[in-house]
Write a new protein. Structure first.
Length: 334
């Protein structure tokens, strides 16, 4: 018997991106699925956009007060009627075989939850493609995506994530975290004996941020969230989580070495790193403009994430602050 799927989309504003997502879902080769749209207190009316697709998709719309994406997904999940919950962000586009491949992979790979990668669509602008490169590159922490050879410890991300509804309900769904709620759920699943898998044929086109300022703020928040996750789930701490902070501190030491001692040994390493990123981005994107912006977005990612991680680690481990006190905006009162 084929698995049954409910797609849950938590959204705040972004009606144009919602249109593109729903438009891509109308072209699915397997049309047996439902869509739950949870309007998280949007300031714009999303109903006209959704009404355009009501004759083509099995779609239900709910509006609620703003609570953040995690709790909005919980809200939608309680109203889903199928065996599997599939979470996608409103700023993604899916291929026409997305649902078909999910169902096929569920039957072939035993797991309780799964995730897939993301990539840049050919229609994205140059900056979106550069940011997409940085977030998925082997030269950043984004390169750690998982594979079929390591399906048991992959951490699905909520822009492209599926969970058995029964399992989701057993662990209580997403926690009160507003940022980092998806890796938090993955580790809660592991702690309760459930398994996760990486499906390599269900990648989505993810727009992410559209300018460097917003991108910097986003990855800074991700960096702040990681020490909180480490504190909540100490059995799954990895030294690689601190790599962006070490990268940032090394860069500062390189400048101190240069101005105080007149040597550029450390900065030479960063010069080599910059060349490798530029060359790899050019090879991957075949566009020198994207490659140049990818160098900038890579440094923004590493520095912003590294600073956020360092700040969070100090507040939690040196000043012994509770996460809710140090970063109140990272949590929603349940």
């Amino acid at each position: 018997m084929k698995p049954t799927i409910s797609i849950v989309v938590a959204i705040f504003n972004r009606k144009d991106e919602l249109f593109e997502l729903l438009n891509s879902l109308t072209s699915q080769s397997d049309k047996d699925f439902e869509i739950i749209i949870v309007d998280d207190g949007s300031l714009v009316d999303l109903r006209p956009t959704i009404e355009n697709f009501e004759g083509f998709l099995n779609i239900r719309y709910f509006r609620k007060e703003n609570s953040g994406p995690g709790l909005s997904r919980n809200f939608g999940s309680r109203r889903a009627g199928n065996e599997w919950l599939v979470f996608v962000d409103s700023d993604v586009i899916v291929e026409k075989d997305y649902i078909e491949n999910i169902k096929k992979d569920i039957l072939e790979i035993h797991c309780d939850a799964f995730g897939g990668a993301d990539k840049a669509h050919k229609g994205f602008n140059l900056m979106q493609k550069a940011i997409s490169y940085s977030m998925t590159s082997v030269f950043t922490t984004g390169g750690i995506r998982g594979s079929k050879k390591a399906v048991s410890k992959f951490q699905p991300r909520s822009f492209n994530m599926g969970v058995k509804k029964e399992v989701f309900e057993k662990v209580g769904g997403f926690s009160e975290m507003r940022i980092g709620e998806d890796p938090d759920l993955s580790m809660i699943l592991w702690e309760n004996g459930f398994t996760t898998a990486f499906f390599d044929n269900i990648a989505v086109y993810h727009k992410r941020r559209v300018d460097f300022g917003k991108f910097s703020k986003q990855v800074y928040q991700f960096g702040c969230a990681r020490p909180i996750l480490n504190q909540r789930h100490p059995n799954y701490v990895k030294i690689s989580f601190a790599f962006p902070t070490l990268f940032l501190l090394g860069y500062i030491m390189g400048f101190l070495e240069y101005f105080i001692m007149g040597k550029g040994i450390i900065l030479a390493f960063y010069g080599l790193y910059t060349f490798m990123v530029l060359f790899h981005a050019l090879w991957m994107t075949k566009n020198i403009s994207i490659a140049g912006m990818a160098v900038i977005s890579t440094y923004i990612q590493m520095f912003s994430y590294g600073y956020g991680f360092l700040k969070s680690w100090v507040l939690l481990n040196v000043f012994k602050m509770k996460p809710e006190e140090a970063f109140p905006k990272h949590f929603h009162k349940m």
